[in-house]
Write a new protein. Structure first.
Length: 335
């Protein structure tokens, strides 16, 4: 009888260990921020720690320690901002990592807008995300993140292998309903909703602050025929500009850099039109969202062979300037 009980106990322990070893490996990496002050950096670390502890508490994953994942990223020269590139996905797969949890912490006065998302390493897709707005005080931040993780984990299946189910942050956008100001699938802010899915898109999303750059418009004294100013024309404008610049042998211009950008696996970015840029100013910048500066931002709308439309984000004024000037650029995408 004792031998039977011991055998049953041994089998139970073995089964538990086997189950633990077969759990999918998950790592939580550092969170992006729109501010580099010491306090914001410390809060971003705190958020990561709370998120990791909440993932541990589910018991569904074999958690890679912070030291181990940080060393892996450093040794393999993997940047979090480009973690979903095909090259980086191969490196993560070789390390037997199934899921990467990451996100962003955007400071808005004394409060935070926080998003959390998960990368399925096998598919290269950010298959689920959750976001919320919360106070930046110690207790408020802890309670806010804990509540957000309940929402986040509810979108992750308890099924075999801890598979991810599509949630409100679906990559396709087909199952997600967004409001202006929400975080979008690519980690930026939604700044326009036309109310219906038509022409292949419904929402416009601004790229996260860390993608912003400066560049010339290009094609100075050369006409780029056919660019428009209206909402919905930015994508076509960008392609027209890219094609024209290619023929002129120019490189590193605003539209080209937008079109070639790949952020978190999303590569459908373009330079906003004049009216799209204005919506981004009114619906994000004026509301303290998106981490915009107060300088000049290029649109993809040409005026003539010498000039194109820009917008000053300190006061919203739109005007024309020479295309060989260097201004800020914030890419957008439609979905």
């Amino acid at each position: 009888m004792k031998k039977a009980i011991m055998l049953i106990g041994l089998c139970a322990v073995t089964a538990a260990l086997f189950a633990q070893n077969t759990l999918p490996r998950l790592a939580v990496v550092s969170f992006n921020t729109n501010d580099v002050t010491d306090q914001i950096r410390r809060d971003a670390i705190t958020v990561r720690n709370i998120v990791e502890s909440q993932m541990v508490a589910t018991g569904k994953y074999q958690i890679v320690t912070r030291d181990d994942i940080d060393k892996l990223l450093e040794n393999q020269r993997i940047q979090v901002s480009a973690i979903s590139s095909s090259e980086n996905l191969q490196k993560l797969q070789l390390a037997n990592i199934k899921y990467i949890v990451t996100g962003a912490l955007d400071a808005m006065g004394s409060d935070y807008a926080i998003t959390i998302r998960v990368l399925d390493v096998s598919t290269g897709q950010f298959s689920h995300s959750a976001n919320d707005f919360m106070g930046g005080g110690s207790r408020e931040l802890y309670n806010g993140i804990t509540a957000l993780m309940v929402k986040f984990n509810s979108g992750m299946s308890a099924g075999e292998g801890g598979a991810i189910v599509q949630g409100a942050g679906s990559r396709s956008g087909a199952s997600g309903n967004y409001k202006v100001g929400d975080f979008g699938p690519a980690g930026g802010h939604i700044f326009y909703d036309k109310g219906v899915f038509s022409g292949g898109w419904r929402y416009l999303e601004a790229a996260p602050a860390e993608t912003e750059f400066t560049a010339q418009w290009g094609a100075y004294e050369k006409d780029v025929a056919g660019t428009g100013t209206g909402v919905g024309s930015g994508k076509r404008n960008t392609q027209l500009i890219v094609d024209r610049l290619k023929g002129l042998g120019e490189s590193g211009r605003a539209a080209q850099l937008c079109a070639s950008m790949n952020f978190d696996g999303f590569d459908d970015w373009f330079l906003p039109s004049k009216d799209e840029l204005d919506l981004m100013y009114k619906n994000l910048k004026q509301k303290g969202l998106g981490g915009f500066g107060g300088g000049y931002y290029w649109s993809s709308s040409q005026n003539n062979s010498n000039s194109a439309w820009y917008q000053l984000f300190s006061n919203g004024v739109q005007n024309l300037h020479y295309k060989d000037d260097t201004y800020s650029v914030r890419a957008i995408r439609a979905f």
